[in-house]
Design a protein around this ligand. Structure first.
Ligand code: NAD
Length: 431
């Protein structure tokens, strides 16, 4: 009886989706999955909100000698399956709504690949391009000091995100260790290899893309050599993903950066094109290709499309013109909730972001395990374990989608929520 009453409430509670808002987008998918699972209303009430949201003010001595106070956040969405896990981003426009959505996304992502973490995310409102290395270090250390009671290998394990990197993680690890009075490498992941980082971590997200694409094309009985791939973005995910796909015999026919892309239906020599981009900082002038805008690139004829740049690229305006068979989402949130329906109707097989780009968090989990053992694995061992985990998760997802007759996006959320809900139910709600 109570379930029926609350089930009706989900429907009333599904707001009109503001297409470009990541929090709205995440919540609409969460609500749909919760409704299909007929999730117990008490669990629904607990899982739809974060466990904790911290707001900190970060006094930082600037090079001028003056103090500037920055505003920062850390949202810990869920701890049911283990410590919270998620990146820290530095950006002028980062806000609590965005951090809250990203923290929840991390919970679902960790659950889909079945690693024993909950979700978290952090951010500082700042413009890192306008700050010196010294200013960034002092701001990072003070932020870490403000979070001392809330992070730790058993509590919450930060990682790099937009505008943060291995150096940022090394500063956080050092600050935390100074207060603990001993070196605690497992407090962050994405560290330099010499300081307890994992082999294979830098390539892990791109490698995860390769693994899910390998599995997805089997569904279409295609081989790499006959598979045309378009990649949007040429950074850590897009660039490395494209290179690994190329090395595995795929025909990568287009790739872009923020300024636009290059296209050759016969295939592009990806290592060569990426080297050209690295040295000239643009694809402009690259020979033997046609130049296309990022919008045109998404609509090219291809078998596999990998949006690996930024969010909201595939939306209600262009979803009908997407021609791929497989959409492997390298970026977080590249497809809006409104576009999902159109892609599903057009028969596009979507490997949702919370699975497709989970290679990074999976190897972060391996890094945390290695730090805690104090024993480090060879890169081929890391890659093999990543392969096992991603393939198992891909198969879990497809089975779940078939069993519930839902699209893969909905299945990914249902699978994740089901796992977190089961663990929460077994632990009991301490209320
Ligand atoms: P990156 O900064 O290394 O590369 C981003 C690429 O996208 C660059 O080539 C850039 O020129 C291009 N780009 C940026 N804005 C664009 C725009 N508006 N239109 C077209 N191209 C644009 O970043 P990354 O680490 O490769 O991350 C890409 C996406 O993948 C993000 O959504 C990120 O959250 C997500 N992601 C990254 C990781 C990781 O391990 N790096 C893991 C999971 C998800």
């Amino acid at each position: 009886m109570a379930t029926t009453m609350y089930s009706t409430m989900y429907v009333d509670d599904i707001r009109e989706i503001k297409e470009e808002n990541p929090f709205e987008s995440m919540m609409s998918r969460f609500d749909r999955a919760a409704q299909l699972l007929d999730l117990d209303p008490d669990l629904y009430a607990v899982l739809r909100v974060p466990n904790r949201e911290l707001k900190v003010y970060i006094p930082t001595k600037m090079d001028s000698g003056r103090i500037q106070v920055f505003e920062g956040f850390r949202v810990q969405h869920n701890f049911a399956r283990g410590p919270a896990k998620g990146g820290i981003r530095y950006a002028p426009d980062v806000n609590i709504d965005e951090v809250r959505a990203l923290a929840a996304w991390m919970t679902w992502k960790c659950a889909v690949v079945n690693v024993p973490f909950g979700g978290a995310k952090g951010g500082i409102i700042c413009d890192p391009q306008q700050m010196s290395v010294g200013e960034l270090e002092r701001m990072t250390r003070r932020y870490a000091a403000e979070l001392l009671d809330f992070i730790g290998p058993e509590k919450d394990v930060p990682a790099p995100d937009m505008n943060t990197n291995e150096q940022t993680m090394a500063w956080i690890m050092d600050t935390y260790s100074m207060h603990a009075r001993h070196t605690v490498t497992a407090v962050v992941t994405g560290k330099p290899i010499d300081l307890g980082g994992s082999s294979g971590r830098r390539e892990a997200t791109g490698r995860g893309i390769l693994i899910v694409v390998n599995e997805a094309i089997k569904r279409f009985k295609m081989t790499p050599a006959e598979t045309r791939v378009v990649v949007q973005g040429s950074g850590n995910v897009g660039g490395i993903g494209a290179r690994l796909l190329h090395e595995s015999g795929y025909k990568v026919v287009a790739i872009s950066d923020i300024h636009g892309g290059i296209y050759n239906p016969g295939g592009i020599n990806i290592p060569n094109a990426l080297e050209y981009l690295r040295t000239t900082r643009s694809f402009e002038g690259y020979e033997g290709v046609e130049f296309v805008s990022n919008e045109e690139l998404l609509e090219l004829e291809c078998d596999v499309l990998v949006p690996a740049a930024t969010e909201n690229q595939i939306n209600s305006q262009n979803a009908d013109r997407i021609k791929c068979k497989v959409l492997a989402e390298g970026a977080n949130g590249p497809t809006t909730a409104a576009a999902d329906e159109i892609l599903h109707r057009n028969g596009v097989f979507v490997v949702p972001d919370i699975l497709a780009n989970a290679g990074g968090v999976t190897v972060s989990y391996f890094e945390w395990v290695q730090d805690r053992m104090g024993y480090f694995w060879r890169e081929d061992v890391v890659n093999e374990r990543l392969q096992d985990k991603m393939v198992a998760s891909f198969n879990d997802l497809c089975r779940y989608a078939d069993a519930h007759s839902v699209d893969t996006r909905t299945a990914a959320y249902m699978l994740a929520i089901d796992r977190v809900a089961y663990d929460t139910r077994m632990r009991g709600i301490y209320a």
